[in-house]
Design a binder for this molecule. Structure first.
Ligand SMILES: Nc1ncnc2c1ncn2[C@@H]1O[C@H](COP(=O)(O)OP(=O)(O)OP(=O)(O)O)[C@@H](O)[C@H]1O
Length: 208
């Protein structure tokens, strides 16, 4: 665990507004999250949970307000310090499990851990040469989770991360999230189901 991993971080949103397709999804949204902390973003379908993750990841531009990271790596942008895991697993079907992971490691760059160890941690070490097209939904999700471990980024933005995971997979993922937080990481997860770890709730758009 490096000293950098332990540096305090604080992510703050102030008066954030989101417009999609010309329609306001939410506005005036305030939130904050600190290193070592998990935030569960909850709300009804269409409230803007995915949109908020995409705003933080820099994949959408806020229509108003600011999103600021204090205490992160001053040489990197906020999106460069985030892992965004969408609810659709971004995998190349013709590439094998290990080739998919290598693709993401090359694409994202930066510090990386041992890919074989990551695949073992998510229970895919028996399937490294299998084309991603042959993976089950839960196995695809596990491969996406291996990305979080292979390429080290301190902020995990997770969209419905436990979808398709069996009970053992949810336990495994709970352990990985706890380790990430213990290292000074941050997790912001859009979810309809309990995340499986202690988290603070950020509700968007009133009761679901
Ligand atoms: N590409 C797009 N163009 C226009 N509108 C969009 C686009 N993507 C999403 N929206 C709209 O933005 C709103 C928020 O969508 P978002 O996916 O962020 O909601 P959500 O809270 O994650 O919903 P769910 O619980 O169903 O996953 C919805 O009304 C949706 O129709």
């Amino acid at each position: 665990m490096s000293g950098l991993d332990q540096a305090k971080m604080q992510l703050s949103g102030r008066g954030v507004a989101c417009v999609r397709g010309g329609r306001e999804v939410f506005s005036g949204l305030d939130f904050h999250a600190a290193s070592g902390e998990a935030l569960s973003v909850v709300g009804r379908n269409g409230a803007g949970k995915t949109s908020l993750l995409r705003l933080i990841a820099g994949l959408l531009v806020p229509a108003g307000g600011t999103i600021v990271l204090d205490g992160g790596d001053a040489e990197m942008t906020l999106p460069e310090q985030c892992h965004y895991l969408g609810h659709r697993d971004a995998l190349k079907p013709a590439l094998s499990v290990e080739e998919n992971l290598a693709f993401w490691a090359d694409f994202l760059g930066g510090e990386r851990s041992d890919a074989a160890a990551s695949l073992e941690a998510v229970g895919l070490d028996h399937a490294t040469h299998l084309p991603a097209a042959f993976l089950s939904a839960g196995q695809r999700r596990r491969l996406s989770l291996a990305r979080l471990l292979t390429i080290r980024r301190r902020i995990w933005l997770l969209d419905e991360p436990t979808t398709a995971l069996d009970v053992a997979g949810q336990d495994m993922f709970g352990g990985l999230m706890r380790e990430h937080l213990a290292r000074g990481g941050m997790i912001i997860a859009a979810t309809h189901a309990p995340l499986g770890i202690d988290s603070r709730e950020l509700r968007i758009g009133g009761a679901a």
